[in-house]
Design a protein around this ligand. Structure first.
Ligand code: ASP
Ligand code: MG
Length: 827
C-alpha cells in the first residue's frame, strides 16, 4: 500500500453542479444527496443553485421593498417558510440549528429590505447581494442534509473565496487570488465532500456580486478548475444536449458527445447547452463536461470534451428567431475598400449587434442579420452613414426584411467534407424553403442560413431529416377509401414500422377523405382508421383538407387520390404548384381533357413536386415506369400493344365455344371479375383510357375521342338496366360464336387488344396466332408489349396480374415510396 506509485496517485476529484429544478424541494435535495452518495469519488465538489424560483423571488422582493409595496413582508414570510419547510423535511429532529441559522439569515434579509423601503430605490450593489442569497441557503440545506446522514461534508460560501472582475464582456476570475483563498479555506475544511454556493462571488473591491443570471454553471466550471477536478457533471432536467429543439423537432436525438467547439457553436445559436463562457475554465484545462439528467441518473448524458469526432457530419441544428436582414446594395460598393468597415462601424455606434454577415464576391451588396428589435435602428444608422452615397445613387438601397430566423447546422465533421452544404440546401429546397442569406465561417464548423420565420419549423425539420438525424417525414392525405384506398391504408399501416426502422421514412397519415366526409388528425391517424373515419363529422372540403396537410409544417406533403373523381383531378395542378406531391390510380387526369393534363404536368415541372400514376395502367405492374425508363434513356417507342383489361383477358382466355359468351360474362360477374355493370368493361372505354395515358407518356397529345374503340356491348343494350342487359346478352352469343369459329379456322385465337402506333390508337377484338404472346395468358393477367428502336427484333414485355385492390394498392404504394426516395429517403 505504501509503494511510491500508489502514493503518487492523485486523488480523484469530481465536480457536480445542480440547477434549481434539481433542488426544487426537500424530495429533490434528498434525491441529489442519494445520487452523490452513490458515487465513488475521492473528493466530491458540489455546486448548487438556489431552489427553483428563489432567485426570481429575491429579485422581486428587493424590487417590491424599494418600490415601497407593502406586500414584500408577506412574500418574505412565504420565502422563509419555504426554506424552513425544506429544512424540517430534510433534517427532521436535527433541523433545529439549520432553522435557527435560516431565521438569522432571513432576519438579516428583512433588515436589508426594510432599508430599501426607506431609501425607496434599489442600488445595483444591494440587488447583487440579495439575489445571490438563494444559493447561500441552498448550499447550507444540502450540506446539513449530507452531514445529517453522517457524511464528512463542508459548506463553502463562494463569497469567501471567489474573486471576480465584472466588465462589459462578462465576468473574469482572479484565479490567483481565488486559489490562494481557497487553499486557506481548505486547510481549515479538509472534508471529503464540499458543497459550494453557485452564482455568488466577490469583486476586487470586496463587494458581494454574482456571475450573472444562470451563473451557477459558470460557478461549477470555476470550482471544478479551482479544486482541480477531473470532470464536471452538470445535472439538469434533460438527458443531455439534443440535436435540435425537441419542441420543434420531436424526433431530436440526444448527442453522446460534442467537442467544446461544437458546444460553443450550438450554445451561441440558442441550443440548450451550457453557455460558452461557462465552459472556458473547463476548456482551458481540457476538463470534460458532462451534461446529464438528475431525473435519469443512469443515463450517460452528453460528454463535451476537446475530442473532435467527425462522424457527424452535422451534430446539431439550431434556430434563432426574431431576427431581421439588413441589406445594403449598390453599384458604388464594388471594389471600394472600407465599405464593410463603415457598415459595421455604423451598426456598432447604434449599438446593433450583428448576428450574421454575408457578402457576395461581386461586392454588389452586403447583408447583415441583426436582432429584430435593433433592425429599424440599424437601418437608420446605415441610411445616415451612407447618406452621401445614397444621394448620388452609388448605393441604391438599404433594405430591411423582418420576420427572419437563422438556421445553423453545427458539427466538426463538416470541416473539409464536401457535400454538407449541398445536403442542407437540398433538404431546404425540397421542403420549398427560400434562403435569404448564407454564411459559413472558414472553421467550417457552422453553416448558417437566414430564412423567413414562417418557414422556420418546416426548415428545421427538413434539415434535421436531411442529415439523417430524424426520419424523412411526409404528411400523407388519402382521398377515396374504396377498395383500393382501403387496401392501401392497410398496406401503409403494415409497412410503417419497417419503413421507419430500416429506411428512416415516416409516412404520416394525417387525413382521409371520401366524397362525403373527412377525418383530419392532429398528428397522425394510427391503428384502425375505419371507426374514427366513420365517426368523423366534418364534411368533405378539399380546401380544408389541403390546408390541414400543409399546416403540420412537415417537410413534405403527398396526396394520394384513390377516388375516380374528375373533381379531385381538377385539383392536381394547384396541389402540385404548391409543392404537394400527387400519387394516384385515378385515370381522370391521365386520360381526361388534354388541357388539364398539360396544366398538371407543367405545374409539376415548375414546382418539382411529383405526379405519379403507375397504378392507372396494369395496377401494380411496372408499366409506366418501364416506359419512362425507355423514354428517359433515349429509346424511341414505335408501338405499344397489350391486353389492358383483366376482365376481358379472362373472358377470352375462357371462351372456347363450350360455354356461350353471355354465360361467361355472368360467371365473371358472379366472381367479381367485372364491374357491377359489366358494360363498363365490355365497352372498351377503360382500355382506351389506358392507351391515352400511355400515349401521353411518350409525348403524344392523344385524347380519348381519338381512340377507335370497338365496344362489345350491342347498340340495343347500351341504355338498358343492368338486369335487363344481363338477361338479354344472350342475343350476341351467335355473333361471338361465329367470330370464334372463323378465328379457329385460320389457327387463330380471339383477344381484346389495345394498340398504339404511329398511325393512331385502337381498341378491339382481334385474331392472333395461337403462339402469340397474348394467346397464352392466364386468368386475368394483363400484358403490355413495347416495340422500340432498341427492342425491335423482340419486344419488351411486361406481364402479370393487372387487377384487384391488393395489387393496385401496391402499385400506388410503390409510387409513394418513389416520391419519398425522390425527396432523399434511402429506400
Ligand atoms: N440562481 C441563479 C439564477 O437563477 C443562478 C443559476 O441558477 O444558475 O440565475
Ligand atoms: Mg376491369
Amino acid at each position: 500500500m505504501s509503494s511510491p506509485a500508489a502514493h503518487a496517485q492523485p486523488l480523484k476529484t469530481v465536480a457536480h453542479k445542480f440547477g434549481g429544478t434539481s433542488v426544487a424541494d426537500a424530495t429533490r435535495y434528498r434525491h441529489v444527496a442519494d445520487l452523490l452518495l452513490a458515487r465513488e469519488e475521492d473528493q466530491q465538489i458540489t455546486v448548487v443553485s438556489a431552489m427553483k424560483g428563489v432567485t426570481d423571488a429575491l429579485i422581486d422582493l428587493a424590487g417590491r421593498a424599494a418600490g415601497n409595496l407593502e406586500d414584500w413582508r408577506e412574500r418574505w414570510h412565504e420565502l422563509r417558510a419555504r426554506h424552513r419547510g425544506a429544512a424540517v423535511a430534510l433534517l427532521g429532529e436535527h433541523s433545529g440549528p439549520t432553522v435557527e441559522w435560516l431565521d438569522a439569515q432571513f432576519d438579516m434579509l428583512a433588515e436589508v429590505l426594510q432599508a430599501l423601503s426607506v431609501i425607496g430605490e434599489l442600488p445595483r450593489e444591494v440587488l447583487e447581494r440579495v439575489q445571490g442569497l438563494g444559493e447561500v441557503y441552498s448550499a447550507r440545506l444540502l450540506g446539513d442534509h449530507l452531514r445529517s446522514r453522517g457524511e464528512d461534508c463542508a459548506v463553502l460560501d463562494a463569497r469567501e473565496v471567489l474573486v471576480v472582475d465584472r466588465n462589459d464582456l462578462g465576468v473574469d476570475v482572479d484565479w490567483e487570488l481565488s486559489a490562494q483563498r481557497l487553499r486557506q479555506w481548505r486547510a481549515a475544511n479538509p472534508a471529503r465532500r464540499v458543497v459550494v454556493t453557485g452564482f455568488v462571488a466577490r469583486d476586487r473591491g470586496n463587494r458581494i456580486t454574482t456571475l450573472g443570471r444562470n451563473g451557477s454553471d459558470y460557478s461549477g466550471a470555476i470550482f471544478a478548475a479551482l479544486f482541480d477536478a477531473v470532470e464536471l457533471h452538470i445535472w439538469t432536467d434533460v438527458d443531455g444536449v439534443l440535436s435540435a429543439d425537441p419542441r420543434v423537432v420531436p424526433e431530436a436525438v440526444q448527442l453522446e458527445s460534442l467537442s467544446y467547439d461544437e458546444a460553443c457553436e450550438l450554445a451561441y445559436f440558442g441550443a440548450k447547452v451550457v453557455h460558452p463562457q461557462t465552459m472556458s475554465p473547463a476548456i482551458e484545462r481540457g476538463l470534460p463536461i458532462i451534461i446529464r439528467n438528475t431525473f435519469q441518473p443512469d443515463h450517460p448524458g452528453t460528454r463535451i470534451t476537446a475530442r473532435r469526432d467527425t462522424s457527424g457530419p452535422v451534430k446539431g441544428l439550431t434556430l434563432s428567431p426574431d431576427l431581421a436582414v439588413l441589406n445594403l446594395e449598390g453599384t458604388g460598393l464594388i471594389g471600394v475598400p472600407g465599405t464593410a468597415e463603415r457598415v459595421f462601424a455604423a451598426l456598432r455606434d447604434a449599438r446593433v449587434s450583428v448576428v450574421m454577415i454575408s457578402q457576395g464576391s461581386s461586392e454588389h451588396s452586403i447583408c447583415c442579420v441583426v436582432k429584430s428589435a435593433d433592425a429599424v435602428r440599424g437601418r437608420a444608422a446605415l441610411l445616415t452613414a451612407f447618406a452621401h452615397e445614397l444621394s448620388i445613387a452609388q448605393i441604391q438601397r438599404v433594405q430591411l426584411t423582418d420576420g427572419v430566423s437563422v438556421l445553423a447546422a453545427v458539427g466538426d465533421g463538416m470541416a473539409g467534407m464536401p457535400g454538407v452544404a449541398a445536403r442542407l440546401f437540398e433538404s431546404l429546397g425540397r421542403a420549398r424553403v427560400n434562403i435569404l442569406a448564407i454564411a459559413q465561417g472558414s472553421s467550417e464548423r457552422n453553416i448558417s442560413v437566414a430564412i423567413a420565420s414562417s418557414d422556420a419549423t418546416k426548415a428545421l425539420r427538413a434539415a434535421h431529416a436531411g442529415f439523417w438525424l430524424s426520419p424523412q417525414t411526409f404528411a400523407v392525405g388519402v382521398i377515396g377509401p374504396g377498395n383500393v384506398g382501403r387496401a392501401l391504408l392497410e398496406q401503409l399501416r403494415a409497412a410503417q414500422p419497417q419503413l421507419l426502422a430500416k429506411a428512416n421514412v415516416d409516412l404520416r397519415l394525417r387525413a382521409i377523405a371520401s366524397s362525403r366526409r373527412m377525418l383530419l388528425a392532429e398528428r397522425s391517424i394510427e391503428g384502425d382508421w375505419k371507426v374514427p373515419f366513420e365517426q368523423a363529422s366534418q364534411a368533405l372540403d378539399l380546401d380544408r383538407f389541403t390546408e390541414h396537410l400543409l399546416a403540420s409544417h412537415l417537410p413534405h406533403t403527398v396526396i394520394v387520390d384513390c377516388s375516380a373523381s374528375p373533381a379531385v383531378a381538377d385539383r392536381y395542378a394547384q396541389w402540385l404548384a404548391a409543392g404537394i406531391h400527387v400519387v394516384t390510380p385515378n385515370k381522370q387526369a391521365g386520360a381526361g381533357p388534354l388541357a388539364r393534363y398539360q396544366a398538371i404536368t407543367e405545374a409539376a415541372a415548375a414546382s418539382g413536386a411529383r405526379f405519379r400514376y403507375e397504378a392507372t395502367v396494369g395496377a401494380g405492374l411496372p408499366v409506366i415506369n418501364t416506359l419512362r425508363d425507355l423514354v428517359d434513356t433515349g429509346d424511341v417507342v414505335t408501338s405499344i400493344e397489350g391486353i389492358f383489361s383483366g376482365t376481358l383477358a379472362w373472358l377470352f382466355n375462357k371462351f372456347d365455344g363450350s360455354v356461350p359468351f353471355s354465360e361467361l360474362v355472368a360467371q365473371a360477374r358472379a366472381m367479381g371479375y367485372t364491374e357491377p355493370d359489366p358494360r363498363e368493361d365490355l365497352s372498351g372505354t377503360d382500355v382506351a383510357r389506358k392507351l391515352v395515358i400511355l400515349a401521353r407518356e411518350i409525348g403524344r397529345t392523344l385524347s380519348l375521342e381519338e381512340v377507335q374503340v370497338e365496344s362489345l356491348v350491342p347498340e340495343g343494350l347500351r341504355q338498358a338496366s343492368v338486369e335487363d342487359f344481363m338477361a338479354r346478352l344472350g342475343q350476341v352469343d351467335a355473333v361471338f360464336a361465329k367470330r370464334l369459329s372463323d378465328a379457329r379456322a385460320s389457327g387463330n385465337v380471339l383477344r381484346y387488344v389495345g394498340r398504339l402506333h404511329e398511325g393512331g390508337a385502337s381498341v378491339g377484338l382481334v385474331e392472333l396466332p395461337a403462339d402469340h404472346a397474348f394467346a397464352r395468358l392466364r386468368l386475368t393477367d394483363n400484358i403490355v408489349q413495347f416495340n422500340t428502336r432498341r427492342y425491335c427484333a423482340n419486344p419488351l414485355i411486361v406481364q402479370g396480374p393487372g387487377a384487384g385492390p391488393e395489387v393496385t394498392a401496391a402499385g400506388v404504394f410503390a409510387d409513394l415510396l418513389r416520391v419519398a426516395a425522390g425527396q432523399g429517403a434511402r429506400l
